[in-house]
Design a protein around this ligand. Structure first.
Ligand SMILES: [Zn+2]
Ligand SMILES: [Zn+2]
Length: 103
């Protein structure tokens, strides 16, 4: 994890630690403004040429991870909605005062 390196999309000779990448791509983007690179909506570190957009979205690891996470979130949601049937049961118990006091 600590050895993760970032290769600048503007110049493959720019190799740095991922922790320096954000600062670098911002500066490198300014220096290469004429290229009109697109910033990936899934990861601000993914910059690519407009003509490479389709290719990038196909292979973008963040996009693939997000889709996987969304599937997990939907799975969680169905579990939560299943639990929503519990409050009415608790209300019924609260209504039954005699039973609650005798406990
Ligand atoms: Zn660079
Ligand atoms: Zn991306």
């Amino acid at each position: 994890m600590s050895s993760k390196l970032f290769i600048c999309p503007y110049n493959a000779a720019h190799v740095m630690k991922i922790t320096k990448a954000h600062h670098h791509v911002v500066n490198c983007r300014k220096a290469n403004a004429h290229k009109n690179f697109v910033i990936c909506s899934y990861n601000a570190l993914h910059h690519y040429a407009p003509e490479d957009e389709a290719k990038h979205l196909e292979t973008c690891s963040e996009r693939i991870a997000l889709i996987a996470a969304t599937h997990v979130a939907y799975g969680m949601k169905s579990v939560v909605s299943g639990n929503l049937t519990m409050p009415p049961a608790a209300q019924l118990q609260f209504d039954d005062e005699d039973n609650w006091d005798s406990d």
